[in-house]
Write a protein that binds this ligand. Structure first.
Ligand code: HEM
Ligand code: CA
Length: 708
């Protein structure tokens, strides 16, 4: 038996066979079906899965066999029985597309609501606020007159570093930035609307009045911007909205989707469905993840989504299409694919042989490491150990008991509000990407070690530089580089020059503000009161902004008519960190999400087997850290690294050599290969010894001492 869902562990063909043998009564026994189709949190109901399944069905069965079993309806019923919702291959205008996924209201009424699966609508901490109550982006001012300020105006006033380099936080390394984004891509990906056949929607109408506000939320840059030319329009399609099985809007306000599994389950490495995963496994040795020559992410021959500048450059393939956004992210993807393959080798050394079992176990261990590092290192820095402790979210390194708080009724979907709030990571974006230079330079000057970040978007070339040591060098650079401070300031490389191509670029701060409004995210003050329970006598007074310094309040005043207009992202990112390293309202929002992601995760790594691990194995996993993963894949044994690599080394966090870093201990996984081998190879030897022993015993017996 495998530790993950049995169906997941099987190959797709056997899954399909199971489907077919159970076709007769597909919905009669929901519990049986539930187990049968227990793709768990790794499945999705997208067009790809359905059509791939159909391809496989067609390969095995004749048309007449298939027709006789009405497989379409059956699959529909089965997918529905999982509480996931069905996909149309045609969009609601009759175009062939995979854009529209559907949520039938009834999906939520099933016994197993399957929170956290791919392609479910995002949940919400607070009810949405649209201008028309259901869908129109929030634009009206709470003051009763006029509109909210233009997102670019807010960005210029509050989030600009005025051309200076953003101050660095000497207390944290750049791994905080990169873990933050890597984690983000494990838990949320909000699909945006596209045009016919997936083409990009054109939202920039010459006359803004003509914008289709159902599909588009462009940002028109006000004149006299200083960076963007007058009349610049940022082309922003709205996020897809969840529709029901008949292409009708769901009752109530517009909801956005999450296309990936919201659990912290390495879905950015392994995918959110069986189909995605199959594509990433090594074809000939399926216990391994596919890598290209030199242990790198495989190159993507489809270069259309990249901005390549030279002959011979390529994009990388990972399940999450955002892998190429910035090279440091690609280096993390590389690291965790390498780590998977390393674990496979270790398990082989411990006597594991079955390819499927090796794959599943390595995956399970790798995911456990990601969960452990997230809570034990990343969150314990971001929210502080005290806050985690006070909220029962602490993981103690040596805890030898199981986590017993699992609660299947907890909604583990990512909250829409969290998806906006967690963009505080955009304050950590560095101004440049760099390769560490501890190797003898083979550099050719036209390929410098350091590039402004805007020159690296959608181009992972740096990872392949220097004789393919680029990814390792970038990871080493992040250990030494400091992370920009958690504050309202964003680097111009992201605030002015995001995705710069042919003179066109975006402002990431303005995008965040704009996205919040088009998702109907309520303003900042509501989070303080309604979610976080603060008591604020008069939220319409500027003096209610207790978590903001005076300079920031003045800047906010210069653009917002009322403090009740402040956008949530702008409000939280500019808070003074009081309780934790991030501000109080951020802390409150994050605690809500990360509590749900642990307590509602059936496969949380601290749960007992079969979902989790035995105590011995758990103890082995808790030895791990990001330093350990880096040491195992990137550094040499003698290399120096801080015990906790998210934080610069100091007395409390000593810099030690990799060989001294505690590491993932897989000895509890041993299948006693050594003893077995002795028995096999030394069989004759063993028999001799046994005979000898027996003779000894007999001798003693003869001597009348046998009871001894
Ligand atoms: C160079 C680094 C990064 C770039 C270029 C980048 C860029 C982007 C872009 C373009 C979006 C979509 C904006 C929109 O249209 O609404 C986005 C969304 C997001 N970003 Fe980043 N980002 C970076 C780093 C980070 C970091 C470090 C974090 C967190 C620690 C983060 C968290 C998020 C989240 C949570 C979303 C929403 C995701 C979704 O709902 O699909 N990002 N980012
Ligand atoms: Ca996930």
């Amino acid at each position: 038996t495998y530790y993950y869902d049995s169906v997941f562990a099987a190959n797709v063909i056997s899954v399909v066979k199971l489907v077919l043998t159970n076709l007769a009564k597909p919905t009669e026994d929901p519990v049986q079906l539930y187990h049968l189709f227990d793709f768990g949190k790794y499945n999705e109901n997208n067009a790809g899965l359905v059509s791939k399944t159909m391809d496989i069905l067609r390969a095995i069965y004749t048309d007449s066999q298939l027709n006789s079993i009405e497989y379409n309806e059956t699959l529909y019923a089965i997918f529905q029985s999982r509480g996931i919702c069905v996909v149309k291959n045609l969009d609601c205008t009759g175009q062939e597309t995979s854009v529209y996924r559907t949520l039938d209201g009834s999906c939520n009424n099933l016994n197993h609501p399957e929170w956290g699966m791919a392609f479910r609508p995002q949940s919400r901490f607070l009810n949405p606020e649209y201008d028309d109550g259901v869908s129109k982006p929030r634009i009206q001012s709470a003051s009763g007159t006029g509109n909210l300020p233009n997102p670019r105006t807010v960005s210029n006033a509050v989030h600009s570093n005025k051309g200076l380099t953003t101050p660095l936080d000497n207390k944290i390394s750049l791994h905080v930035f990169q873990w933050g984004q890597f984690l983000d891509h494990d838990i949320i990906s909000t699909p945006v609307l596209s045009g016919v056949n997936g083409a990009e929607l054109s939202c920039c109408e010459t006359n803004p009045v003509n914008v289709n506000t159902d599909k588009c939320a462009p940002i028109y840059v006000p004149n006299g911007d200083g960076f963007f030319a007058d009349n610049t329009c940022m082309n922003v399609p709205r996020s897809e909205s969840a529709l029901d099985g008949n292409c009708n809007s769901l009752p109530g306000p517009r909801q956005q989707l999450n296309r990936i599994s919201s659990y912290i389950d390495g879905s950015n490495v392994y995918g959110s469905s069986v189909v995605e995963l199959i594509k990433l496994r090594n074809d000939s040795s399926p216990e391994y993840m596919a890598v290209s020559d030199g242990n790198y992410l495989p190159p993507n021959t489809d270069t259309s989504t990249c901005t390549l500048t030279k002959e011979g450059e390529s994009c990388s393939i990972a399940v999450d299409s955002r892998v190429n956004v910035v090279p440091s992210l690609g280096s993390y993807h590389t690291l965790f694919v390498q780590e998977h393959n390393r674990i496979v080798d270790l398990l082989k050394g411990l006597g594991w042989t079955d390819q499927e079992e090796l794959f599943q176990e390595a995956r399970k261990i790798n995911i456990a490491q990601i969960q452990h590092i997230t809570y034990n290192e990343f969150l314990s820095w971001m929210l502080t150990r005290k806050v985690l402790q006070d909220n029962s979210l602490i993981i103690t390194g040596n805890r030898t008991t199981y986590f017993t708080g699992y609660d299947p009724t907890i909604n583990t979907d990512i909250a829409n509000d969290f998806g906006i709030a967690y963009r505080i990571g955009h304050t950590w974006i560095p101004s440049q990407m760099k390769l560490h230079t501890d190797f003898p330079e083979t550099s050719d000057i036209s390929d410098p070690d350091v590039k402004p970040i805007e020159d690296t978007y959608h181009n992972p070339h740096m990872l392949y530089m220097r004789g393919k040591t680029g990814a390792s060098r970038m990871l080493k650079w992040m250990t030494e580089a400091r992370c920009p401070r958690t504050d309202r300031l964003m680097e111009d490389g992201a605030r002015n020059k995001l995705f710069l191509k042919n003179g066109v670029s975006f402002d990431l701060a303005a995008l965040n503000i704009n996205r919040g409004r088009e998702h109907g995210i309520p303003p900042y003050w509501k989070y303080r009161i309604d979610l976080c329970g603060e008591s604020i006598p008069d939220p319409s007074s500027w003096s209610s902004l207790t978590w903001h310094d005076n300079v920031t309040i003045e800047l906010l005043k210069s653009v917002y008519q009322s403090p009740m207009d402040i956008d949530m992202w702008t409000g939280i990112i500019s808070e003074i960190p009081v309780l934790a390293v991030v501000g109080p309202t951020q802390t409150c929002i994050f605690l809500n999400q990360f509590r749900a992601l642990r307590n509602g995760d059936r496969y949380w790594f601290e749960r007992p087997e079969p979902e989790g691990f035995s105590l011995a194995k758990l103890t082995g996993i808790k030895q791990t850290s990001l330093s350990a993963v880096l040491c195992a894949n990137v550094y040499d044994a003698g290399f120096l690294i801080p015990l906790n690599v998210f934080i610069p080394g100091d007395i409390k966090n000593p810099v030690v050599s990799c060989s001294q870093i505690p590491k993932l201990d897989l000895s509890p996984w041993s299948r006693s290969v050594t003893r077995k081998r002795n028995l096999d190879t030394g069989k004759a030897d063993f028999e001799n010894k046994m005979v000898h022993l027996l003779l000894e015993i007999l001798k003693e017996g003869e001597a009348g001492d046998i009871k001894k």
